[in-house]
Design a binder for this molecule. Structure first.
Ligand code: SF4
Length: 636
């Protein structure tokens, strides 16, 4: 690469990228995005780009990233994108630019095998405790990376945890396997890399922990940035669960001769907690809706204090494997204490959030699923946290996704992340939506809240699917509606049908990709992170405008906080959320210049209400049709 080459030269029709990538076509949106990001790096400003499907956003940020000569962290929301970056896009850009950049993919600690745990377990037991553990042992003997992504099977619950490189079991440089530890080897490699690729979970956890998981970096690129708020929130969420409590106790037992009385007391409290949580109906509800929870949490806190006191008195005498090394003994005590103290802190946060009333800046809620449950506490918003830990400290952060603008504005996105100043760009998709896509909106009198909705919606779905000859996703915002309409249609449709829950998600997707004319009924979660290229997916039907559910405790608390600040929560939260979600769903349909497809929105409010129009106007410019007969030639 010549030093004088500009971004325009690099992306030119005969330029280095075109030479490295056969079939490359210059796209104005891609070049504008690359130019802006480079300027952001040079001028040390943050950059937001909404890059419509097909813009080629990864090359648009990788070129300025590698040219910057700085240490860059790239964080994504999906494994698929991380793999694409590491195995395809980064090698291509390195070759095109002639830059020898070192690239590392770094995952969270619990993705890697802990050699020390494996050594200890296989020395203590002659045979593995289960069939899945036996397979894990066989893999542990031969793996060169220790990365669980290599596994061709899913280990039984708890088995992987017994062997993973979790920080709470790790004595670091005091460990006999530290020198060839899989995790630390990767972390060292990341320290010397020019580009480190990570996932959002690890990136935001590193921010929440004040660093230490990732090496220091100059700039950050957050791809799939529409997921950042969710991951930042998850990193700040404290969770109490029976499995988490069990894990602390099991770890203590692995290190110490812990008297059974502690387990018995904690288990008895957890049993009462389980029974108490079941007294209020619902899978997700605020802790404040169940007065009986807080006294039990107080008892649990006391039990953990007792455990901490026991540890203080017995951390040398009760060791299972006395060691000569006092530093290791202390490190083990610190690790054990950390788990106990973290649980006391979590209980405090839950109780505080539940009892703060209208002054609360956090919410505590219960999530139940059959016999499992979690009690969580999380802040309402992550803006202050990200402003302080990310945007104020990193000179240039790039945020990009196909869906981060509501309409043409980034205000909602910026506010939700605490980003005040950024250069902005909407790089439109190069696809010809008026030619490639059709959009049919149900008549205004078809209202999802009315009793006749299911029967009328089913008739429209039947007709749409007939027109597209199957090859359709039918997406619902609730399981109840999914079950109801699937029940009405499964015998009536002339195409192979399946419903979410029939089989695990990857198998369901595989079924859809490989079954001619398939129709998949699923909830809205199915349109995220799913890529069905070609005409196998030619129709997306959506039951209603995808507003977040106001009865969800987290959403309800958030809406109340917005109203308390004097703003209209419907306009400033519900509409932007629905807009971005609908754009994501739409984005599944057209993945290449050759794709064609139909979107049907069954919610009459899209036509009948002013806000419906606002949401629909933000979608890619598909040709609107009023009648299925207008599709006669389209699917010919
Ligand atoms: S250094 Fe930590 S993670 Fe690595 S093998 Fe030792 S105990 Fe396991």
């Amino acid at each position: 690469m010549s030093a004088v080459e500009t971004i325009d030269d690099l992306f030119a029709a005969e330029g280095p990228i075109a030479r490295a990538l056969p079939g490359f076509e210059a796209r104005p949106g891609q070049v504008a995005m690359a130019r802006l990001i480079e300027r952001g790096f040079l001028e040390q400003t943050h950059t937001i780009v909404e890059a419509g499907t097909g813009v080629g956003k990864s090359l648009a940020y990788l070129v300025p990233a590698l040219r910057s000569g700085k240490k860059i962290v790239i964080s994504t929301g999906t494994i698929a994108l991380q793999e694409q970056l590491v195995t395809k896009d980064l090698p291509l850009v390195k070759q095109a630019l002639g830059i020898e950049a070192r690239v590392e993919l770094l995952k969270g600690r619990n993705h890697y095998l802990c050699r020390e745990k494996f050594d200890r377990m296989s020395a203590q037991r002659l045979v593995a405790s289960s069939a899945s553990m036996e397979r894990l042992w066989a893999w542990a003997e031969r793996t060169a990376t220790g990365d669980r992504a290599e596994l061709s099977f899913i280990p039984a619950a708890g088995d992987w945890e017994e062997l993973d490189a979790d920080a709470d079991d790790c004595v670091g440089e005091l460990c006999p396997r530290f020198g060839d530890c899989f995790f630390f080897r990767r972390r060292d490699a990341a320290r010397y890399a020019d580009v480190v690729v990570v996932n959002h979970a690890l990136f935001f956890l590193d921010l929440a922990m004040g660093g230490g998981l990732l090496p220091p970096y100059d700039y950050v690129i957050l791809d799939e940035a529409h997921r950042c708020e969710r991951y930042a929130m998850a990193a700040l969420t404290a969770t109490l669960s029976p499995s988490g409590v069990g894990r602390v106790l099991r770890r203590l037992h692995r290190t110490y001769h812990l008297p059974a009385s502690h387990d018995l007391q904690i288990e008895e409290i957890m049993r009462r907690l389980t029974a108490t949580l079941a007294q209020v109906s619902g899978d997700r509800y605020p802790v404040s809706a169940n007065d009986a929870v807080e006294p039990i949490l107080d008892e649990l806190r006391e039990a953990f204090y007792k455990l901490e006191n026991w540890l203080d008195a017995n951390w040398i005498g009760a060791l299972r494997r006395p060691t000569e090394n006092p530093a290791e003994v202390e490190r083990r005590r610190d690790l054990a204490q950390r788990g106990i103290v973290a649980h006391i802190g979590t209980i405090d946060r839950i109780v505080q959030a539940a009892s703060a009333g209208s002054d609360a800046d956090a919410i505590a809620w219960i999530e139940r699923d059959d016999a499992r449950y979690e009690i969580n506490a999380a802040p309402f918003e992550v803006g202050d946290f990200l402003r302080a830990t990310l945007f104020a400290r990193t000179p240039s952060v790039v945020l990009t996704s196909a869906t981060i603008a509501d309409g043409t504005s980034f205000e909602f996105f910026k506010e939700s992340l605490g980003l005040e100043e950024a250069q902005e760009l909407v790089a439109p998709s190069p696809f010809d939506y008026p030619v490639q896509a059709r959009l049919l909106l149900a008549p205004p009198n078809l209202n999802p809240k009315l009793a006749n909705f299911a029967a009328r919606a089913a008739a429209l779905i039947e007709e749409a699917v007939d027109r597209s000859r199957g090859r359709a996703f039918v997406l619902f915002t609730s399981y109840a509606r999914l079950n109801e309409i699937y029940g009405l249609l499964r015998e009536r449709l002339a195409f192979p049908t399946a419903m979410q829950g029939d089989r695990p998600r990857p198998l369901l997707l595989e079924w859809f990709r490989t079954t001619p004319n398939a129709v998949l009924f699923a909830t809205g979660t199915f349109w995220e992170g799913i890529d069905v290229a070609g005409d196998q997916l030619s129709c997306v039907i959506i039951d209603r405008l995808p507003f977040p559910s106001p009865s969800d405790p987290v959403i309800a608390a958030r809406l109340a906080a917005i109203e308390a600040s004097g703003r209209n929560s419907f306009e400033s939260f519900m509409i932007p959320m629905a807009t971005m979600r609908l754009k994501q769903g739409f984005g599944r349909l057209i993945r290449s210049k050759a794709d064609r497809g139909l979107v049907v929105l069954l919610d009459g409010r899209a036509l009948g209400m002013r806000y419906g129009q606002t949401i629909v106007d933000a979608l890619p410019p598909a040709r609107r049709i009023d009648d299925f007969r207008e599709l006669d030639d389209f699917f010919a």
